[in-house]
Structure formats: C-alpha cells, structure tokens
Write a protein that binds this ligand. Structure first.
Ligand SMILES: Cc1cc2nc3c(=O)[nH]c(=O)nc-3n(C[C@H](O)[C@H](O)[C@H](O)COP(=O)(O)OP(=O)(O)OC[C@H]3O[C@@H](n4cnc5c(N)ncnc54)[C@H](O)[C@@H]3O)c2cc1C
Ligand SMILES: *[C@@H]1O[C@H](CO)[C@@H](O)[C@H](O)[C@H]1NC(C)=O
Length: 515
C-alpha cells in the first residue's frame, strides 16, 4: 500500500512528474524526490537552452472543448481557476524570490481565445459534439459559432463592455478557402506559456519540500533496482548514471517519450511520435505584425483538426506571438516515429530524436514543411517574406487510445508505476493532474482513474498506429527530410514581381528584391 509514509522516486520533471510531485506533497507525503537529466534549475525549461521534452516548449493550447470526452473536459475546467490563480501569485511574487526564467511580469496562462476552423461550410461532427457537451456543462455562452448571428451578437456585446479585439480574433483565419469556412471561438480557452509554467510548478514543488536531483549524470536514470523473483519481484529504487543507488518504495516513471525506453513493459501500449513544429520570428521593425499577432488581438487557432485522427493533410494549429516575437505553428496530421534498437533490451522502439540528442534531428520531414507552408501561405501571406526561422520535432507519448496511462506496472507488487501517455494533450492539466495520480497510487477510484488503467492492445485491432510498427510510413528513416532552404517560400536570389511576396518585402516600386 502506498501511503504518505512511502518513499517516492519520480523519474522525469515534465508536466506529469511535476504535477504528481506537487500533489503528493499536498496530500502530506513526506519523502518525494524527482530525478531528471535536464538541469532545469539552470535552463528553466527553455527550449533554446538545451531542453527538448514535450513540456519544455514556448507554448501549448489550453482548451475545454473535448468532443464527447467529458472527463477531459471536466479535468481541463477544474484546472482553469488554478491557472488564473498562478498568474496572480506570480505577479505578486517579488522578482528576487522567483526562480530563473520567471519575472513578475510573466503570464502563465493567457485566455486569448481558441478559434477552431472546420474544413468546410459546416462545423465538423467533432466540433458539433464539443458544443453539445460544453452546453451541458454550462459553458456554451463562452463559445461563438462563426455562422451563428446570435452567437456573434453576444460577442460584440461583450466587446462593448470590455474592449478585447474579439472581432479581429473571430476573423483571424478568414483568408482560408476565401472565408467560406465555419468554425467557433472559445473565449475561455487560450495559451499556456509552457516553459515558464513548468519553472513555476517546479518552484512550487521546491517550496513544498520536493527534492530534485538534476543533471546529465546524477539525475539520469540508468537502471531499476529490482529484488525478488516472480510473485515477490519488486522495484526497490533506481540507479542513476553517476553510479549512485537511490532506494524507494515506489518508482514512478514520468519520462514522456522516453518512458517505453525506461519501462520496457510500457512499449506495448505507448508509442513515441513526433509532432512537427515551425517558428516564424517576427523582425523587430515590423510593428504592424507584432501588433496583429499579439495575444491581445490574435487567438490560438486550429484548422482541420477533427478529433484525434486527422487525415495526413490536416491538423494545423498556431499561436499568437510570444514576447520574443515568435509565432509557433504546428502540424499533427501525421506524427513521425524513430525506431531504434534499445541498448539494453534489444527491442525495436520509437525513441525521441531532437536537436539535443546524440543522433540529432536538424529538420522536419519535407512533407511537413510543404503542408505548413501551404496553409500559412494561404492564411497569412504577410509571413511569407519572413520565412520559417526554426523547426522542431516535439515528441508525443501516444497511448493506444489517446488516454493517459497512470497505473502500476503489473508484476512488481505495486512498486513500479507509470505516469505517462500524454498523447498530445496533457499540458493543460499541469495544475490538477497530480491530484488524480495520487488517487491512482493509493488505488482510490475517481472519475478519471478508470480511463488511465494499465491496458493491453488487442492483437489485430487498431491501436493508434502502434500496431503498424516501423513499417507505418511514418518512420523518419524512410522519409525525405527538408533542407533549410525549404523554409523559404521564395528561393534565395529569386526575383518576384507583384503577388503576395510584393506586399511583404516592399521592394522599390512594388518589385520585391529578395524574400
Ligand atoms: C508537438 C506537441 C504539441 C502539444 N500540444 C499540446 C497542447 O497544445 N496542449 C496540451 O495540453 N498538451 C499538448 N501537448 C502534450 C503535452 O506537451 C504533453 O502531454 C506533456 O508535456 C507530457 O509531459 P510528460 O511529463 O509526460 O513528458 P515530457 O514533457 O516529455 O517530460 C519527460 C521528462 O523526463 C525526463 N527524462 C527522460 N528520460 C529520462 C531519464 N532516463 N532519466 C531522467 N529523466 C529522464 C526528460 O528530460 C523530461 O524532462 C503537446 C505535445 C507535443 C509533442
Ligand atoms: C479539407 O477537405 C478536403 C476535401 O475533403 C481535403 O482534400 C483537404 O485535405 C482538407 N484540408 C484540411 C486542412 O484538412
């Protein structure tokens, strides 16, 4: 039985590990240690400073719209007041008492609204279902369908009371398919500043007495310490890369995309896949674009994101610019895999490959760039002259059914626990996830824990792509990769007269010189 007296070791200080640690402390657990090879105390989860976990990113979407998955809708909703409270707490903390990476001027959650565009003149079935469920939860008033006059009137009234640029936000994607598309904007949704939120949650953990063992050697999991055999087999701690052994009653693996590598048993229900992300950094002298894409005037958006199983061309989303002028745009119509031989078990499993891993990812598959350029070119022609300025493969941990995996691993007498399977939607739950992880650890059933049980895939049945293995056509080894010159809409040296490029680069007499 796991109780407040149990010694808990958590591997991984991303959203799943942090939220678990925080809530264990809230429930009175005395001995909680988090291990991570990232020196988050120094790099503050900043993706430009060596961080490559899913949680260490500039921003993520916060939404309550979840189709008929009302558990996740409820869970997201339960976290919203805490996100707002964290904003307040951060604002009222003196700068010298904040960890690296945070200032009192930072926001963790900005409710700038979330515009979901359907691919058609009608809302998708998924979007319709979202509205049905949001209405049941009493949240319909926050949502405004573009083709619904009453809905829009309600929004314009709101704007009269409090100037808020909803008109610009509603029509932010109006260039798509010449404005024929329907969609809806959720004014309660918005953007979470991911790296800053993790730095804040880690700060709260430290204040609550969570111990952190961080660093490339001393914080890196090497081996599980196991005693006994068969029925009496038990995890009794972990060994880190520096050779030290750390005893624990329960070891929790919260390693995101690295989880199947750390707990081989998890590889039958988790597949590590990469989402494609591009950044367009706005030039300092384009105040017009800095204004247009600011979270005050521009929403989080998605296009052709029908449920979780988008077709290959689809599943686009983007964010308002950050304080640094970065506009992040993502594509998840297809997610990539990187099958490798596990050095210890010899198993073939998909493993993260990033800017910072030994085997480096320097670009995205060419099709991802092509699709992103097509959509961005259509919807924001003013960005074409700038071009893509950076790319990133960001690693999901997809479960066989897109629900989290938060349970004991069978065969270890309740001493080894997995807390993962974020499946591309775990970030928003940072403030509240851990509460239910503690319930799962203590085997107390709540609304969520049954969804997260350890499960096995049924041979022959669809398992979210995992069943396809390395022959799925998504394996990076079989894909053509983009070159940096593919990041531009117009090739270097190419002269274009008129058209889209003209109004961006503003060459002499309307002749663009170079984009
Ligand atoms: C492209 C993309 C877009 C997303 N968009 C959204 C969104 O808009 N909204 C949303 O809510 N969610 C979103 N998500 C999902 C969300 O980011 C994840 O669900 C969440 O961040 C996962 O957190 P985690 O703690 O499980 O994993 P991670 O954040 O990957 O953290 C795992 C940690 O484990 C550490 N680790 C790994 N191996 C070891 C080892 N051997 N020893 C020690 N430490 C180790 C890593 O350094 C890392 O810190 C997105 C995910 C991706 C990839
Ligand atoms: C929109 O739908 C059309 C027709 O089904 C399809 O060809 C296209 O790829 C879709 N686009 C997106 C962005 O989903």
């Amino acid at each position: 039985m796991t109780t407040t007296g149990s010694k808990i070791a958590i591997i991984g200080a991303g959203v799943f590990g942090l939220s678990t640690a925080l809530h264990l402390k809230k429930q009175g657990y005395k001995d909680v240690t988090v291990f991570d090879y990232q020196p988050y105390d120094q790099n503050a989860y900043n993706p430009s400073e060596g961080c490559d976990s899913a949680s260490a990113d500039v921003n993520k979407i916060y939404r309550c719209s979840y189709g008929d998955e009302i558990e996740y809708q409820d869970l997201a909703l339960s976290g919203r007041p805490i996100w707002l409270e964290w904003n307040e707490q951060l604002r009222s903390t003196p700068a010298d008492q904040l960890p690296k990476g945070l200032t009192p001027e930072d926001d963790l959650f900005i409710p700038c609204g979330f515009l979901r565009m359907s691919n058609g003149t009608e809302l998708s079935d998924y979007d319709k279902e979202c509205l049905v469920q949001l209405e049941k939860a009493g949240l319909r008033d926050y949502n405004h369908v573009l083709s619904n006059k009453e809905d829009l009137e309600r929004l314009w009234e709101l704007e009269k009371k409090q100037p808020s640029h909803w008109r610009e936000k509603v029509y932010a994607l109006n260039h798509l398919q010449e404005g024929r598309l329907d969609g809806f904007i959720d004014t309660s949704a918005g953007v979470t500043l991911a790296d800053k939120s993790c730095a804040w949650a880690r700060h709260l953990c430290e204040k609550a007495g969570v111990k952190f063992v961080l660093g490339p050697e001393k914080g890196r999991f090497d081996e599980l310490l196991v005693e006994g055999e068969r029925e009496s087999r038990k995890a009794v701690g972990l060994k880190t890369m520096d050779g030290l052994e750390h005893k624990a009653d329960v070891v929790i693996a919260a390693c995101g995309g690295w989880t199947p590598g750390v707990v081989p048993e998890a590889s039958q229900l988790l597949e590590t896949t990469a989402g494609s992300v591009c950044t367009i950094t706005l030039p300092k002298d384009r105040q017009d674009l800095w204004d247009k894409f600011s979270p005050e005037q521009f929403p989080v958006w998605a296009y052709g994101l029908t449920g979780h199983n988008s077709p290959e061309y689809g599943g686009f989303y983007g964010f308002p610019r950050t304080k640094e002028g970065k506009i992040k745009i993502g594509y998840r119509g297809r997610k990539w895999t990187n099958y490798q031989t596990h050095p210890k078990t010899g198993q073939r499993i998909s493993t993260p490959k990033t800017k910072y891993t030994t085997d480096k990812a320097v670009n995205l598959p060419k099709k991802a760039i092509t699709y992103i350029k097509e959509v961005v070119g259509e919807v924001f022609p003013e960005l074409k002259g700038i071009g893509i300025t950076d790319t990133r493969m960001c690693w999901y941990t997809d479960s066989i059914d897109n629900s989290f995996v938060i349970d004991y691993v069978p065969g270890y007498s309740d001493s080894l626990f997995v807390c993962s399977g974020g499946s591309g939607h775990g970030f928003k739950f940072l403030p509240v996830l851990g509460k239910h992880v503690v319930n799962a650890l203590e085997k107390k059933t709540d609304q969520f824990t049954p969804l997260w049980h350890w499960r096995s895939r049924v041979p022959g049945e669809h398992a979210n792509g995992l069943e396809e293995g390395e022959m799925s056509g998504r394996n990076l080894a079989s894909l053509e990769m983009a070159e940096e010159e593919d990041w531009q809409w117009v090739k270097k040296g190419e002269i274009k007269v008129g058209g889209d490029v003209e109004d961006i680069t503003k060459g002499v007499n309307g002749v663009a010189i170079k984009a």
